[in-house]
Design a protein around this ligand. Structure first.
Ligand SMILES: Cc1ncc(C[n+]2csc(CCOP(=O)(O)OP(=O)(O)O)c2C)c(N)n1
Ligand SMILES: [Mg+2]
Length: 301
């Protein structure tokens, strides 16, 4: 009989209001399976507010606090202080915020929480735009992607700036743990959640979170697209513990990024030259990641 490696417990109710094929919904489900019921989640304005707490219902079987979009880092700092003051033990304090609410609007509060060494897990679910308010570009939107605020014309090919390196920003704070997670690889996802849960101090999880309406792909393809994101090198899977980086999914060779890009309507305007430019960047980033891993392996503390 196959051995179940993903915890069977469900801490999310069915019948919630997420779109079909919602990557962030799948990510929350997996996250809570790994964290267990002694978890408090603070959620800023985002798609997830609408999923979690449309009054008077809730999609989650754990405690939820709604917070202002810029304040997730501060909110979980307060929750940790309150839990400590009440003598609550073995409680996971979690912030679950979008890319807009993290990499842009909430960056200051995130930095403060990391710098103060708050004992909490900050999760950024990355659907690569401000989706809840109508697909506006964020700092995490990739180069070349169509959004409602990065339109496409003969002269403009989607977002003209590159994606913000949120992991680089977070790692500069030397967190206790940081990792990239993709719900299309649930075992890797769950192992990272378990590792994060076991550690103390500021922990950061960057979740890949495909959005069918925002990225313009069929909702049955969320997992297939997620696998492509990692296997093309667009969203590599790795973790950093005590400053040491380890790639957690290695393939013999990366698949061409065109397989990932051409599966989504938000990239359908890209020319062959545009795609070649993205391919070159992905390859460079992948080589940097591999050389960082080699350096860290060879480093003696
Ligand atoms: C200070 C502030 N600015 C703008 C908004 C409006 N707003 C609500 S949800 C949202 C989108 C947030 O995007 P992201 O964090 O990426 O989450 P997603 O909607 O993609 O899940 C915005 C801009 C707000 N609530 N507060
Ligand atoms: Mg978003």
């Amino acid at each position: 009989m196959a051995k179940l490696t993903i915890p069977a417990q469900e801490l999310m109710w069915g019948g919630h209001s997420a779109c079909p094929g919602c990557g962030p919904a799948l990510a929350m489900r997996l996250l809570l399976k790994g964290l267990g019921p002694r978890t408090l989640v603070s959620i800023p304005a985002s798609c997830w507010t609408v999923i979690a707490t449309p009054y008077p219902t809730t999609a989650l079987r754990v405690g939820v606090l709604d917070n202002a979009i810029e304040a997730t880092g501060a909110s979980i700092s307060g929750l940790r202080a309150a839990a400590d003051a009440l003598g609550l033990e073995n409680v996971n304090i979690v912030g679950f915020a979008g890319d807009g609410g993290t990499a842009d609007i909430g960056l200051q509060a995130l930095s403060g929480m990391l710098e103060r060494r708050t004992n909490a897990i900050y999760v950024m679910y990355d659907n690569e735009a401000y989706m809840n308010t109508g697909i506006q570009r964020s700092g995490a939107t990739p180069w070349g992607a169509w959004t409602t605020t990065t339109p496409v014309s003969a002269a403009v090919h989607g977002k003209p700036e590159p994606k913000k390196d949120i992991m680089g920003i977070v790692l500069a704070h030397r967190p206790a743990y940081a990792a990239t997670l993709n719900p299309a690889f649930p075992e890797d996802f769950d192992q990272k959640v378990e590792r994060a849960r076991a550690l103390v101090g500021p922990r950061f999880l960057h979740l890949f979170a495909p959005c069918p309406p925002g990225w313009k792909f069929d909702s049955s393809q969320t997992i297939a697209l997620g696998r492509l994101a990692t296997d093309t090198g667009v969203f590599p899977l790795y973790e950093v513990v005590d400053g040491r980086l380890r790639i957690t999914r290695k393939t013999g060779g990366l698949k061409p990024v065109t397989e990932y890009l051409s599966a989504q309507g938000r990239f359908k305007h890209l020319s062959a030259d545009d795609m070649a430019q993205i391919q070159a960047q992905v390859r460079t980033d992948w080589e940097h990641l591999q050389s960082r891993e080699r350096e860290d392996l060879g480093r003696v503390h």
